[in-house]
Design a protein around this ligand. Structure first.
Ligand SMILES: [Fe+2]
Ligand SMILES: [Fe+2]
Length: 483
């Protein structure tokens, strides 16, 4: 007989089974009590009008933020946690400063609010950082209202401080730029403080200690913001195993065991990967995509070939094992390599962005050579058996590697391609992929595709002209040691 677990639940009620009306009846009294307490507290600080204006702005901004979050293609769990962490941290900091502000009313200038906007911009988007800065400025102006300052003055100061930070901080990674922009932001803060404190002219003339203290506080707030940004940034990146520039640079080191394995076991593939890396980095940068990610992902995209290097043309010298294999078997081996690459990269703990690019680098394209070979033997052969598993490229970087990968292989087969031939190869590959639906998910625009096409052609023309020109120029040849 099947035993039925009849243990009573330890909690008094199961929240999931409750209806909205039950929830309302349970929580209405404590909620009302808390609301009245808050209202009572606010009443002592603001007029009813100010309170209503504050509430309406809050609700309006809440809706705007809601729309912003919904519009985003994906609001990842990681972004939501980061945003909650940053927002809570900022509110707690502002409350803490407000509590100790009794003796120093201008202590609110010390709020490192710029750090919040810079980090939101870094982890989400610039637009979202600008939007949230309005909300946090409203919070801040309510929190610091007990100080001697006017609520609107507080709002404007906090908002401008954040907006300048968002516009000025372009790169957090580059310490030199960070220092330069921090200096500019300090100047902006000093100007803002002077404007706000200038109201009574005699304060300015007398250079009161309060005024000087405000200036010092605003300067310190920028320095605190920079320190907090530099401190919190690696923590969040490490907590979510995010792909950082330094991590990418480490992975681009040729001493990485996987790259060494490829160099030793599949030298042809290694050379091909380096070429694809150069082409795709340049193409990515031409449209503002992540060039470094493309470079590193290209180094590793064909690592799966290292398991059966002699099965791939770039590692063959004369003897081709596919000559003695049926086309179905050859296709099965070749179609497997993106999966092998992804599996190997996962085993070695590479970031998921690089694994995804390796998996997507052929999309669901058709292995034409073996498909036509099989059709010659049997006309009604199933095309799906000769297509890669995919998925199709999901990012701009993956799509660019997809293009450069085929372009490099096609151009390599030519001895001395002319500019026109190179252009024809690049254009045919891109349009073939486009019509095959391979770029349906990568968000590339037609304008970007044209830019990529031109960039790849320029790069290849440069490479091939150099190759042709070297032997003609005897002086140059001798300085290069004959290579
Ligand atoms: Fe490949
Ligand atoms: Fe490749």
């Amino acid at each position: 007989m099947k035993l039925v677990n009849r243990h009573k639940p330890l909690v008094l009620f199961n929240v999931r089974k409750l209806k909205y009306s039950d929830l309302l009846s349970i929580f209405i009294t404590p909620t009302l009590f808390i609301a009245f307490m808050i209202l009572h507290y606010i009443q002592s600080l603001v007029t009813f009008n100010e309170f209503l204006i504050g509430i309406s702005i809050g609700i309006l901004l809440g809706f705007v933020l809601h729309i912003e979050v919904k519009q985003k293609e994906s609001w990842s769990k990681q972004e939501a946690i980061t945003f909650t962490f940053l927002g809570t941290g900022l509110l707690l900091t502002m409350y803490a400063l407000q509590v100790i502000s009794l003796d120093l009313p201008n202590i609110f200038y010390l709020t490192p609010i710029a750090a919040f906007s810079i980090l939101v911009k870094h982890f989400m988007t610039e637009r979202f950082a600008l939007m949230t800065s309005v909300v946090t400025s409203i919070y801040g102006s309510f929190i610091f209202m007990t100080t001697d300052f006017n609520m609107y003055q507080l709002f404007v100061y906090l908002l401008l401080s954040q907006w300048f930070a968002v516009f000025m901080f372009q790169s957090i990674k580059d310490r030199k730029t960070l220092l330069k922009t921090a200096t500019s932001l300090i100047s902006v803060h000093l100007i803002l403080v002077t404007i706000f404190e200038l109201e009574p002219w005699n304060t300015w003339m007398a250079m009161t200690p309060e005024f000087m203290l405000s200036l010092v506080f605003s300067m310190v707030s920028v320095l605190l913001a920079v320190i907090l940004t530099l401190g919190i940034l690696p923590l969040i990146e490490a907590a979510f195993n995010m792909l950082t520039e330094s991590k990418l640079l480490t992975l681009s080191n040729p001493n990485h065991p996987l790259l060494r394995k490829m160099l030793v076991e599949a030298p042809g593939t290694y050379h091909h990967s380096v070429m694809v890396a150069n082409l795709s980095e340049s193409a990515c940068e031409s449209i503002g995509a992540n060039g470094l990610l493309a470079r590193v992902a290209a180094y590793y995209h064909d690592i799966g070939k290292a398991l059966k290097p002699h099965m791939f043309i770039e590692n063959q010298s004369g003897n081709n094992p596919h000559d003695s294999l049926p086309p179905e078997e050859s296709a099965r081996i070749i179609l497997q390599h993106p999966n092998d690459s992804a599996r190997l990269l996962k085993e070695y703990g590479l970031p998921k962005e690089i694994i995804e690019i390796a998996q997507e680098h052929h999309g669901t394209t058709l292995l034409k050579f073996f498909y036509h070979k099989a059709r010659e033997r049997q006309p009604n052969v199933d095309e799906d058996n000769f297509r890669y598993d995919g998925p199709i490229p999901q990012s701009k970087e993956a799509a660019i590697i997809n293009i450069c990968d085929s372009v490099e292989a096609a151009v390599r087969s030519k001895q001395h391609p002319t500019n026109e031939e190179i252009h024809k190869i690049v254009r045919t590959i891109i349009y073939d992929r486009l019509l095959d639906g391979q770029f349906n998910d990568c968000h590339l625009t037609i304008d970007e595709i044209l830019t990529i096409e031109n960039d790849i052609c320029d790069m290849l023309n440069g490479i091939f002209h150099q190759r042709i020109d070297y032997p003609k120029d005897k002086n140059l040849q001798s300085t290069l040691g004959g290579h």
